[in-house]
Design a protein around this ligand. Sequence first.
Ligand code: UDP
Length: 478
Amino acid sequence: MEKGEGQEPQPHVVILPIPAQGHVKPMLKLAELLSHSSFRVTFINTEYVHTSFLSSIDIHAFSRRFPKFQFVSIPDGLPPDSPRSGKGIFDVLFSLRDTAKAALLEVLVSLRQPPTCIIADGIMCCAAIEAGEEFGVPVLAFRTYSACCTWTYFHLSMLLQEGEVPLQDKDMDQLVTCISGLENVLRRRDLPSICRIERADDPLYTFFITQALAMRRASALILNTFEELEAPILFKLGSIFSKIYTIGPLHVLSNVRIKDDNLTTLASTKSIRWQEDKGCITWLDSHLPKSVVFVSFGSLMTFTCEQMLEFWHGLVNSGKPFLWVIRSDSIVGDYDPRTTLIHLEELAKDKGLIVSWAPQEKVLAHSAVGAFLTHSGWNSTLESIYAGVPMICWPASGDQQVNSRCVSDVWRVGFDMKDGCHRSIVEKMVRDLMNDKQEEIMKSMEVLSRTAQQSVKKGGSSYFNLEKLIEYINSIHL
Ligand code: UDP
């Protein structure tokens, strides 16, 4: 098709996240913001996510609010009963690596208004870049990780070449000195979790290296972070990308920009799978300011029954009330999930509350919450920083090891409990964070939180960068 033929005055952006809560949510936030700026948006979910997600949205109210927004779906190539959380997410990624390009091309061909550009998840870049090049549209990469972690992934190939990775049998407390800008930050144990895979020829290494290589061909990089938080590493990323748009924390930028709307019509406020337990806010109302520990390990992380019991004892021994999210698929291993949970819920009655999914942003904003025991997913980290709630980090996979190190040793807004969760450590960290060392950590948290709040306001860095991104997409469309 000739450029300009059949084009509407406004751009049409196609958005492709990987099918995981922590990726769909920020990309949907951006999609809603672009739609709010009158862009046409096509948002692609996998069929598995599409079905459960759409049933949780009031699609009529959403379509009235965003008339030029459509959801479409592509298959993820796996059988319906294949597990998609925990390690199952890697099966999804491998399957999409092989199938997403063709599926995306099919969507692109079917669109009534030709696309202006594709905004693809950094972990979907191979498929998106190849489809984009074939179809003749530019691809912008949205890496839903921090700048520090994004930069670290670009060094994966070098880490392998230098024999720094795989980490097996190495001193995990040794600093990793070959990632420029992070020489004094990351120890081996703080590298992304895939560096713990034992064989250098494991397909996961190839997967992430190939995606990072493809990402370099994107015309711009979008990050859910704010300039003031990661300025030195953003500068380093400038050696790869001529255009970088930092527009975080997106969960607030979206609320600020779409402020005149009833926020309940936003699809991005809904979970892609779970029903929120709103009762936990009433429970929090009955607690003193900064007295409760909020415990949540995100949407994918799993833990064993033994680990759960260590947390349970540590929390109970700390004497602090807790609100704990345990999803129906959180616990793995050899045990009866129903009876264990019922038993814990029974035991928890006067000490805490266990729910299967919480309105996390609202929980973190609640005055009763004084600490966040988190897996250090990037969204959770940003949400906690914005709300000014100090963290205890127990990272498991992906970018979480890097994030928790930054929380404890760069920004100094929490503790890193990496690679252990003995009940005595849990108890000590909770006590330290909520009593003894509170003042020190809260001082840095208040500064960081205020900076995050400024960044999304009119005149702030993220607010400004979103304008620049919109301008850039408009310039492609012309
Ligand atoms: N979340 C939520 N309720 C919960 C647990 C998580 O709303 O009970 C949201 C949380 O606010 C965050 C997202 O799920 O936005 C999880 O993303 P994150 O990057 O922190 O972790 P992931 O799930 O990708 O491991």
